[in-house]
Design a protein around this ligand. Structure first.
Ligand code: GTP
Ligand code: MG
Length: 202
């Protein structure tokens, strides 16, 4: 899947202010610093399209990127940013939840999990929230390059096993590295099939 055009549309403080073009959207969500913005850059072959930072809490608004003037990638603020005040956290949560519950053309949420760590309580809580609210989602494991060869299967299997303690089955899962571009084609294939499905039914 090759993109002909990629452009930053804007940053929006809440769902009501987001563009209403009728184009389908894919939204990246996950803990602060998990690699959402890096993944968007990797998928679109851009260096600085989405702002990346070693400091968590970089993405604070809802960022829209238009692809081929047909669909959007959406970069959401991270959840679980430890340093943020209680009030700020509640504010981010509201932004994220409103967005996910209200967007009519949201194809799915793309939940990013760091492949190095065990499943965190906050991730499970968020995934369960998606389930209870019937928001479709897929899982993307990030930072795969940071795992040693011997850890790779074991780590991902451990996270999946933790999820299967709460869920009967798993959604589609993708393993990625924004550094060495692992998993790019497979994930873009999923996007391409979802879009084909959308357009053939609309
Ligand atoms: P917030 O906007 O703060 O919520 O963070 P984010 O989820 O958008 O993370 P971001 O893409 O800014 O990446 C956070 C840090 O992880 C940066 O230092 C990235 O360079 C690094 N990083 C992201 N993805 C990868 C990856 O696949 N491999 C490696 N080695 N580093 C990565
Ligand atoms: Mg970000």
């Amino acid at each position: 899947m090759d993109f002909k055009s990629v452009s930053f549309v804007g940053s929006f403080p809440n769902e009501a202010k987001c563009p209403d073009s009728g184009w389908p959207e894919f939204a990246f969500i996950g803990r602060s610093n998990v690699g959402k913005s890096s993944l968007i850059n990797m998928l679109t072959n851009q260096k600085d399209l989405a702002k990346v930072s070693g400091t968590p809490g970089k993405t604070r608004q809802i960022n829209f990127f238009a692809i081929d003037e047909q669909w959007y990638l959406v970069d959401l603020p991270g959840y679980g940013y430890a340093v943020a005040s209680k009030k700020a956290k509640a504010n981010y949560e509201r932004i994220i939840e409103d967005y996910l519950l209200r967007r009519e053309k949201l194809m799915c949420a793309i939940v990013l999990l760091d492949s190095r760590h065990d499943l965190q309580a906050i991730d499970l809580e968020f995934i369960n929230w998606l389930g209870s609210n019937h928001v479709p989602f897929v899982i993307v494991f990030t930072k795969y390059d940071k795992l040693r060869k011997t850890e790779r299967e074991v780590n991902i299997d451990r996270i999946k096993a933790s999820l299967l303690e709460s869920w009967n089955s798993l959604p589609p899962c993708f393993i990625t590295s924004s550094k060495n571009r692992h998993g790019k084609e497979e994930f873009l294939q999923f996007i391409s099939e979802t879009l084909e499905n959308f357009y053939s039914h609309s």
